[in-house]
Ligand binder design. Structure first.
Ligand SMILES: Nc1ncnc2c1ncn2[C@@H]1O[C@H](COP(=O)(O)OP(=O)(O)OP(=O)(O)O)[C@@H](O)[C@H]1O
Ligand SMILES: [Mg+2]
Length: 400
């Protein structure tokens, strides 16, 4: 007997997106029908119009029902069982097919959940290890404005720590807003873990992403730290019984557990930013963007927040983008994106980026302090390999 071809995680994602799209359509037609009825009661519209809207709503309901059909996932499990049944127990092939059956069962379980929450609460699965793939992204704020982001293409792997540098107005914040979906690109395409971002799926894709902004004072809504972290969770319709634990874990990660019942406004700048990070972490995004998250803080606050960022980096569980004017920070990064006039003019390791100091100066960027010292030493004939920190450099000088 021939082996059946099975569904994949990609099929599940497509199913979730379709559900989400049709649910939106259904909600819209229900609203139109309700408004029509209310207008009819005030004799603002004809009865025929109400009937037309109602019929459209009923048709939409039918359409949604046919979309929300998990039979292909049920069928898929049966096929996987048949494939397994045809194979000799214990052989290599058997274990491969056993794994395939487990996947088919997982897909069915997920499809059921997606139908229950109509594609809303569900999260898309990761289809590959590329956290972000941008292809020729362009954006302008107004038709007759120049491009604020002009043809950016880049690929970043899961777990990487990427700093974005560039002169004021080079498009860094605009790019981060395009990534998190606050702004929509004028052209170009974007994929998050292999999921192509479209206008109809942006709300689901956004669940992969979190952002911490520059100004800690603009990020508070709740009257206590706990309420504040809870706010985002409520928006995501997380079950209230699960919230307490999630909030406490997020607060612990940023060393703010003891402050959960404090008023956010009474905290220091560094503490406020740590709460903002906790709020983002509570939603467990896979990609976190820091848009100059330390620039408004005093030295103590800066080092508190930087330490958290380094801790997050070291777990390698999140992909981190850090927009910064602090050139010393780039030494910690896996990759550096250099923006100039809306374009990504360089993308590489800190070493690669720092190799061309004249280029960095030509686009008005400082050189990290360590690199400045190395350069001054080179000028007087002391050539050293590139160091990632001042400490490393001092050690090298001492060994000379
Ligand atoms: N809301 C807006 N409306 C119109 N133009 C804007 C808007 N926000 C930014 N711009 C313009 O878009 C370009 C890119 O700005 P963006 O804020 O992305 O730069 P940036 O690299 O983040 O700068 P900075 O380092 O100062 O934060 C600039 O020319 C800026 O003036
Ligand atoms: Mg900015």
């Amino acid at each position: 007997m021939e082996k059946h071809v099975l569904l994949t995680t990609e099929d599940l994602n497509e199913f979730k997106l379709l559900l989400n799209e049709y649910n939106d359509k259904l909600v819209r037609s229900s609203q139109i029908s309700i408004i029509a009825k209310s207008k009819y009661s005030k004799r603002e519209v004809e009865k025929d119009y109400v009937i037309k809207c109602d019929n459209e709503y009923k048709a939409m309901k039918q359409e949604f029902k046919s979309i929300a059909n998990i039979s292909k996932f049920v069928e898929n499990v049966k096929k996987a069982q048949q494939n397994l049944g045809q194979t000799k127990k214990g052989s290599d092939e058997y274990w491969k097919l056993f794994e395939e059956l487990k996947l088919a069962q997982f897909l069915l379980k997920e499809a059921k959940i997606a139908v229950k929450d109509r594609g809303h609460g569900g999260e898309l699965s990761k289809l590959n290890n590329t956290a972000l793939k941008l292809k020729d992204i362009k954006f302008k704020y107004k038709e007759d404005f120049p491009f604020a982001v002009n043809g950016v293409s880049v690929e970043v792997n899961h777990g990487e720590y990427v700093t974005i540098i560039g002169h004021n107005g080079s498009g860094k914040s605009t790019l981060s807003k395009l990534i998190i979906g606050v702004l929509r690109p004028t052209s170009g395409s974007m994929e998050v873990y292999g999921n192509k971002v479209t206008s109809s799926n942006i709300n689901i894709v956004r669940k992969f992403l979190g952002i911490v902004f520059q100004n800690p004072d603009n990020q508070f809504i709740g009257s206590t730290v706990r309420d504040d972290i809870a706010f985002g969770l409520e928006n995501r319709r997380i079950e209230p019984s699960k919230m307490g634990k999630i909030i406490e874990n997020a607060a612990k990660k940023v060393n703010m557990f003891d402050f959960l019942d404090h008023e956010p406004l009474m905290l220091s700048g560094g503490q406020k930013q740590r709460v903002a990070i906790a709020s983002a972490l509570a939603l467990s995004p896979d990609i976190l963007i820091f848009d100059e998250a330390t620039s408004m803080l005093d030295p103590k606050g800066k080092s508190e927040v930087k330490n958290i960022m380094v801790e997050l980096k070291n777990t390698r569980q999140k992909t981190i983008f850090s927009i910064t004017h602090d050139m010393d920070e780039i030494l910690n990064a896996d990759k550096v994106m250099v923006m100039n006039k809306g374009e990504l003019v360089k993308f590489g390791t800190p070493k690669e980026i720092l190799a061309d100091k004249d280029f960095l100066r030509s686009i008005h960027l400082d050189i990290p302090f360590v690199a400045q010292v190395e350069e001054a030493l080179a000028d007087v004939g002391i050539k050293l390999d590139h160091s990632d920190s001042l400490e490393e450099l001092v050690n090298k000088i001492c060994q000379k």
